[in-house]
Design a protein around this ligand. Structure first.
Ligand code: GLU
Length: 309
Protein backbone atom coordinates (compact mmCIF):
# COMPACT_ATOMS: atom_id res chain seq x y z
CA UNK A 1 0.00 0.00 0.00
CA UNK A 2 1.21 3.48 -0.76
CA UNK A 3 1.59 6.64 1.31
CA UNK A 4 -1.85 7.67 0.19
CA UNK A 5 -3.40 5.09 2.48
CA UNK A 6 -6.57 6.46 4.11
CA UNK A 7 -6.58 7.25 7.81
CA UNK A 8 -8.29 3.97 8.59
CA UNK A 9 -8.46 4.38 12.37
CA UNK A 10 -10.19 7.73 12.13
CA UNK A 11 -12.54 6.50 9.42
CA UNK A 12 -13.69 3.35 11.20
CA UNK A 13 -14.17 5.22 14.48
CA UNK A 14 -16.18 7.93 12.78
CA UNK A 15 -18.52 5.55 10.96
CA UNK A 16 -18.90 3.41 14.08
CA UNK A 17 -19.79 6.45 16.20
CA UNK A 18 -22.22 7.77 13.64
CA UNK A 19 -24.05 4.45 13.42
CA UNK A 20 -24.29 4.24 17.21
CA UNK A 21 -26.14 7.56 17.16
CA UNK A 22 -28.74 6.17 14.78
CA UNK A 23 -31.47 3.74 15.72
CA UNK A 24 -30.46 0.10 15.37
CA UNK A 25 -32.88 -2.13 13.46
CA UNK A 26 -33.54 -5.83 13.05
CA UNK A 27 -33.71 -8.88 15.28
CA UNK A 28 -31.16 -11.33 16.63
CA UNK A 29 -31.30 -14.88 15.24
CA UNK A 30 -33.48 -16.31 18.01
CA UNK A 31 -34.24 -19.48 16.06
CA UNK A 32 -30.93 -20.60 17.58
CA UNK A 33 -31.91 -20.15 21.25
CA UNK A 34 -28.38 -19.51 22.47
CA UNK A 35 -27.95 -16.61 20.05
CA UNK A 36 -31.01 -14.88 21.51
CA UNK A 37 -29.15 -14.43 24.80
CA UNK A 38 -26.61 -11.87 23.64
CA UNK A 39 -26.60 -8.10 24.02
CA UNK A 40 -27.92 -7.07 20.63
CA UNK A 41 -26.38 -3.57 20.78
CA UNK A 42 -22.78 -4.75 20.62
CA UNK A 43 -20.89 -3.50 17.61
CA UNK A 44 -17.26 -4.23 16.78
CA UNK A 45 -14.90 -3.65 13.86
CA UNK A 46 -11.43 -4.96 13.02
CA UNK A 47 -9.48 -4.04 9.91
CA UNK A 48 -6.35 -6.02 9.05
CA UNK A 49 -4.27 -4.74 6.14
CA UNK A 50 -1.89 -6.74 3.94
CA UNK A 51 0.98 -4.57 5.12
CA UNK A 52 0.35 -6.00 8.59
CA UNK A 53 -1.39 -3.04 10.25
CA UNK A 54 -4.48 -3.34 12.41
CA UNK A 55 -7.26 -0.90 13.19
CA UNK A 56 -10.19 -1.59 15.47
CA UNK A 57 -13.04 -0.08 17.40
CA UNK A 58 -16.03 -0.99 19.59
CA UNK A 59 -16.62 -4.57 20.71
CA UNK A 60 -13.94 -6.08 18.50
CA UNK A 61 -12.68 -8.38 21.24
CA UNK A 62 -16.01 -10.00 22.12
CA UNK A 63 -16.49 -13.52 20.75
CA UNK A 64 -19.55 -14.31 18.67
CA UNK A 65 -20.82 -17.23 16.63
CA UNK A 66 -19.28 -17.50 13.16
CA UNK A 67 -22.34 -19.30 11.71
CA UNK A 68 -22.58 -19.18 7.90
CA UNK A 69 -19.23 -17.44 7.50
CA UNK A 70 -17.64 -20.81 8.19
CA UNK A 71 -19.12 -22.08 4.91
CA UNK A 72 -16.31 -20.29 3.06
CA UNK A 73 -13.69 -22.18 5.06
CA UNK A 74 -15.49 -25.50 4.64
CA UNK A 75 -15.58 -24.80 0.92
CA UNK A 76 -11.84 -24.03 0.89
CA UNK A 77 -11.13 -27.40 2.49
CA UNK A 78 -13.30 -29.27 -0.01
CA UNK A 79 -12.05 -27.32 -3.03
CA UNK A 80 -8.39 -27.92 -2.26
CA UNK A 81 -9.09 -31.67 -2.19
CA UNK A 82 -11.51 -32.05 -5.11
CA UNK A 83 -10.72 -29.07 -7.36
CA UNK A 84 -13.25 -28.59 -10.16
CA UNK A 85 -14.87 -31.98 -9.49
CA UNK A 86 -16.56 -30.34 -6.53
CA UNK A 87 -18.86 -28.47 -8.91
CA UNK A 88 -20.54 -31.74 -9.89
CA UNK A 89 -22.03 -31.77 -6.39
CA UNK A 90 -22.78 -28.07 -5.85
CA UNK A 91 -23.14 -25.08 -8.20
CA UNK A 92 -21.69 -21.57 -8.20
CA UNK A 93 -24.78 -19.55 -9.10
CA UNK A 94 -26.50 -17.06 -6.80
CA UNK A 95 -29.69 -18.64 -5.54
CA UNK A 96 -31.86 -15.57 -5.03
CA UNK A 97 -33.47 -17.49 -2.17
CA UNK A 98 -33.10 -17.47 1.65
CA UNK A 99 -30.20 -19.37 3.20
CA UNK A 100 -32.33 -22.31 4.31
CA UNK A 101 -34.47 -22.66 1.17
CA UNK A 102 -35.49 -26.11 -0.07
CA UNK A 103 -37.63 -25.04 -2.98
CA UNK A 104 -35.23 -25.32 -5.91
CA UNK A 105 -33.54 -28.56 -4.87
CA UNK A 106 -35.98 -30.99 -6.41
CA UNK A 107 -36.00 -29.14 -9.69
CA UNK A 108 -32.17 -29.06 -9.64
CA UNK A 109 -31.85 -32.83 -8.99
CA UNK A 110 -30.43 -32.27 -5.53
CA UNK A 111 -27.55 -30.03 -6.68
CA UNK A 112 -27.63 -26.92 -4.46
CA UNK A 113 -27.23 -23.67 -6.39
CA UNK A 114 -24.16 -22.64 -4.40
CA UNK A 115 -22.00 -23.73 -1.45
CA UNK A 116 -23.18 -20.89 0.81
CA UNK A 117 -26.80 -21.95 1.01
CA UNK A 118 -27.41 -24.36 3.89
CA UNK A 119 -28.06 -27.14 1.37
CA UNK A 120 -24.77 -26.38 -0.38
CA UNK A 121 -22.83 -26.34 2.88
CA UNK A 122 -24.36 -29.66 3.91
CA UNK A 123 -23.15 -31.20 0.65
CA UNK A 124 -19.70 -29.68 1.25
CA UNK A 125 -19.69 -31.26 4.74
CA UNK A 126 -20.56 -34.59 3.15
CA UNK A 127 -17.58 -34.18 0.81
CA UNK A 128 -15.33 -33.36 3.76
CA UNK A 129 -16.38 -36.56 5.51
CA UNK A 130 -15.17 -38.50 2.48
CA UNK A 131 -11.93 -36.57 2.03
CA UNK A 132 -10.62 -35.84 5.53
CA UNK A 133 -10.01 -38.33 8.28
CA UNK A 134 -11.08 -35.73 10.86
CA UNK A 135 -12.93 -32.82 9.19
CA UNK A 136 -13.38 -30.93 12.49
CA UNK A 137 -9.65 -31.03 13.12
CA UNK A 138 -9.05 -29.91 9.52
CA UNK A 139 -11.39 -26.95 9.98
CA UNK A 140 -9.74 -25.86 13.21
CA UNK A 141 -6.30 -26.30 11.67
CA UNK A 142 -7.31 -24.07 8.76
CA UNK A 143 -8.80 -21.40 11.03
CA UNK A 144 -5.81 -21.44 13.33
CA UNK A 145 -3.23 -21.41 10.59
CA UNK A 146 -5.06 -18.67 8.66
CA UNK A 147 -5.45 -16.46 11.74
CA UNK A 148 -2.23 -17.36 13.52
CA UNK A 149 -4.38 -17.89 16.63
CA UNK A 150 -4.44 -21.33 18.24
CA UNK A 151 -7.24 -20.50 20.65
CA UNK A 152 -10.06 -20.53 18.06
CA UNK A 153 -12.46 -23.38 18.86
CA UNK A 154 -15.99 -24.75 18.59
CA UNK A 155 -18.63 -23.55 21.05
CA UNK A 156 -20.39 -26.71 22.25
CA UNK A 157 -23.19 -24.72 23.92
CA UNK A 158 -24.16 -22.98 20.66
CA UNK A 159 -23.83 -26.25 18.75
CA UNK A 160 -26.12 -28.07 21.20
CA UNK A 161 -28.60 -25.22 21.14
CA UNK A 162 -28.86 -25.34 17.35
CA UNK A 163 -28.97 -29.13 17.28
CA UNK A 164 -31.96 -29.11 19.62
CA UNK A 165 -33.92 -26.88 17.22
CA UNK A 166 -32.38 -27.84 13.88
CA UNK A 167 -35.51 -29.22 12.22
CA UNK A 168 -35.09 -27.29 9.00
CA UNK A 169 -31.50 -28.40 8.47
CA UNK A 170 -32.46 -31.96 9.35
CA UNK A 171 -35.15 -31.80 6.69
CA UNK A 172 -32.66 -30.37 4.19
CA UNK A 173 -30.02 -33.04 4.73
CA UNK A 174 -32.65 -35.79 4.47
CA UNK A 175 -34.05 -34.26 1.30
CA UNK A 176 -30.56 -34.06 -0.21
CA UNK A 177 -29.96 -37.69 0.76
CA UNK A 178 -33.20 -38.73 -0.93
CA UNK A 179 -32.03 -36.93 -4.07
CA UNK A 180 -28.70 -38.80 -3.98
CA UNK A 181 -26.37 -35.93 -3.07
CA UNK A 182 -25.46 -36.98 0.49
CA UNK A 183 -23.35 -40.14 0.77
CA UNK A 184 -22.79 -40.33 4.51
CA UNK A 185 -25.11 -40.76 7.47
CA UNK A 186 -27.44 -37.73 7.59
CA UNK A 187 -27.07 -37.20 11.34
CA UNK A 188 -23.29 -37.23 11.08
CA UNK A 189 -23.28 -34.71 8.21
CA UNK A 190 -25.66 -32.41 10.08
CA UNK A 191 -23.57 -32.73 13.21
CA UNK A 192 -20.42 -31.66 11.37
CA UNK A 193 -22.27 -28.72 9.78
CA UNK A 194 -23.70 -27.47 13.08
CA UNK A 195 -20.44 -27.91 14.97
CA UNK A 196 -18.73 -25.88 12.23
CA UNK A 197 -21.31 -23.07 12.50
CA UNK A 198 -20.73 -22.89 16.26
CA UNK A 199 -17.09 -21.77 16.06
CA UNK A 200 -16.56 -18.70 18.26
CA UNK A 201 -14.49 -15.82 16.91
CA UNK A 202 -14.07 -12.15 17.68
CA UNK A 203 -13.65 -9.49 14.99
CA UNK A 204 -9.87 -9.72 15.11
CA UNK A 205 -9.82 -13.50 14.73
CA UNK A 206 -12.33 -13.30 11.90
CA UNK A 207 -10.46 -10.61 9.97
CA UNK A 208 -7.18 -12.48 10.39
CA UNK A 209 -8.77 -15.79 9.37
CA UNK A 210 -9.86 -14.30 6.05
CA UNK A 211 -6.65 -12.45 5.26
CA UNK A 212 -5.53 -15.23 2.91
CA UNK A 213 -8.43 -14.37 0.61
CA UNK A 214 -7.03 -10.83 0.38
CA UNK A 215 -3.52 -12.16 -0.12
CA UNK A 216 -3.93 -14.54 -3.10
CA UNK A 217 -4.39 -17.60 -0.90
CA UNK A 218 -1.35 -17.03 1.30
CA UNK A 219 -1.26 -16.29 5.04
CA UNK A 220 0.49 -13.07 6.02
CA UNK A 221 2.34 -14.61 8.94
CA UNK A 222 4.48 -17.48 7.81
CA UNK A 223 3.46 -17.25 4.15
CA UNK A 224 1.55 -20.54 4.14
CA UNK A 225 -0.17 -21.07 0.76
CA UNK A 226 -3.63 -22.25 1.84
CA UNK A 227 -5.11 -21.81 -1.65
CA UNK A 228 -3.35 -21.17 -4.90
CA UNK A 229 -3.92 -17.85 -6.68
CA UNK A 230 -6.57 -19.19 -8.99
CA UNK A 231 -8.45 -20.92 -6.18
CA UNK A 232 -8.42 -17.73 -4.09
CA UNK A 233 -9.76 -15.77 -7.06
CA UNK A 234 -12.58 -18.23 -7.58
CA UNK A 235 -13.65 -18.39 -3.96
CA UNK A 236 -13.63 -14.59 -3.78
CA UNK A 237 -15.91 -14.58 -6.82
CA UNK A 238 -18.34 -16.94 -5.09
CA UNK A 239 -18.30 -14.71 -2.00
CA UNK A 240 -19.12 -11.71 -4.17
CA UNK A 241 -21.99 -13.39 -5.98
CA UNK A 242 -23.40 -15.63 -3.24
CA UNK A 243 -22.10 -14.39 0.12
CA UNK A 244 -25.18 -12.57 1.40
CA UNK A 245 -28.15 -14.89 0.93
CA UNK A 246 -30.64 -13.22 -1.40
CA UNK A 247 -29.07 -9.84 -0.72
CA UNK A 248 -25.82 -10.59 -2.55
CA UNK A 249 -26.60 -8.27 -5.45
CA UNK A 250 -27.45 -5.45 -3.10
CA UNK A 251 -24.21 -5.99 -1.17
CA UNK A 252 -22.13 -5.96 -4.36
CA UNK A 253 -23.96 -2.81 -5.45
CA UNK A 254 -23.62 -0.94 -2.16
CA UNK A 255 -20.31 -2.27 -0.81
CA UNK A 256 -18.46 -3.74 -3.77
CA UNK A 257 -16.38 -6.35 -1.93
CA UNK A 258 -16.36 -10.14 -1.75
CA UNK A 259 -17.59 -11.16 1.68
CA UNK A 260 -19.70 -13.46 3.77
CA UNK A 261 -22.23 -12.92 6.51
CA UNK A 262 -23.60 -15.17 9.24
CA UNK A 263 -26.68 -15.11 11.42
CA UNK A 264 -24.44 -14.50 14.44
CA UNK A 265 -24.28 -10.92 13.11
CA UNK A 266 -20.76 -11.13 11.74
CA UNK A 267 -19.67 -10.04 8.28
CA UNK A 268 -16.21 -10.37 6.80
CA UNK A 269 -15.22 -8.66 3.55
CA UNK A 270 -11.92 -8.57 1.68
CA UNK A 271 -10.25 -6.29 -0.82
CA UNK A 272 -7.53 -8.35 -2.54
CA UNK A 273 -4.06 -6.77 -2.13
CA UNK A 274 -5.40 -4.43 0.53
CA UNK A 275 -7.31 -5.71 3.54
CA UNK A 276 -9.61 -8.07 5.38
CA UNK A 277 -12.34 -6.34 7.40
CA UNK A 278 -14.62 -7.92 10.01
CA UNK A 279 -17.70 -6.25 11.44
CA UNK A 280 -20.04 -7.63 14.07
CA UNK A 281 -23.44 -6.41 15.22
CA UNK A 282 -26.06 -9.04 16.12
CA UNK A 283 -29.28 -7.44 14.90
CA UNK A 284 -30.15 -8.86 11.48
CA UNK A 285 -32.27 -7.35 8.73
CA UNK A 286 -35.09 -9.36 7.17
CA UNK A 287 -32.61 -11.10 4.81
CA UNK A 288 -30.51 -12.35 7.73
CA UNK A 289 -27.59 -9.92 7.36
CA UNK A 290 -26.31 -7.67 10.15
CA UNK A 291 -28.11 -4.34 9.86
CA UNK A 292 -25.30 -2.22 11.25
CA UNK A 293 -22.64 -4.39 9.65
CA UNK A 294 -24.03 -3.70 6.18
CA UNK A 295 -24.36 0.00 6.84
CA UNK A 296 -20.81 0.16 8.19
CA UNK A 297 -19.35 -1.55 5.14
CA UNK A 298 -21.34 0.57 2.72
CA UNK A 299 -20.04 3.73 4.34
CA UNK A 300 -16.51 2.40 4.64
CA UNK A 301 -16.11 1.70 0.93
CA UNK A 302 -17.86 4.98 0.08
CA UNK A 303 -15.61 7.11 2.32
CA UNK A 304 -12.34 5.33 1.40
CA UNK A 305 -13.25 4.80 -2.25
CA UNK A 306 -11.76 1.31 -1.85
CA UNK A 307 -13.68 -1.54 -3.44
CA UNK A 308 -13.04 -4.03 -6.23
CA UNK A 309 -14.88 -1.78 -8.70
N1 GLU B 1 -26.25 -22.50 11.52
C1 GLU B 1 -27.11 -21.61 10.80
C2 GLU B 1 -28.21 -22.39 10.11
O1 GLU B 1 -27.94 -23.38 9.53
C3 GLU B 1 -26.29 -20.84 9.81
C4 GLU B 1 -27.14 -19.89 9.06
C5 GLU B 1 -26.45 -18.64 8.67
O2 GLU B 1 -25.59 -18.11 9.35
O3 GLU B 1 -26.85 -18.17 7.60
O4 GLU B 1 -29.35 -22.06 10.18
Amino acid sequence: MSDSRPDYQRIIEQIHQELLLHKNYGEVADYIPELANIDSEQFGVFLHTVDGNNYHTGDWQTPFSIQSIVKVLLLSLAYTKLGGRLWQRVGVEPSGTPFNAMGTLEHDDGIPRNPFSNAGALVVCDVLMDTYEDPRAALLALLRSASGDDTIDFDPVVAASEKAEGHRNLALVNFLKSLGNIHNDVEAVLDLYLDSCSVAVNCEQLARSFMFFANHGQTLDGGVQLLNRSQAKRLNAIMLTCGFYDEAGDFAYKVGLPGKSGVGGGIVAVLPNHFSLAVWSPRLNEKGNSYRGLRFLEQFTTVTGESIF
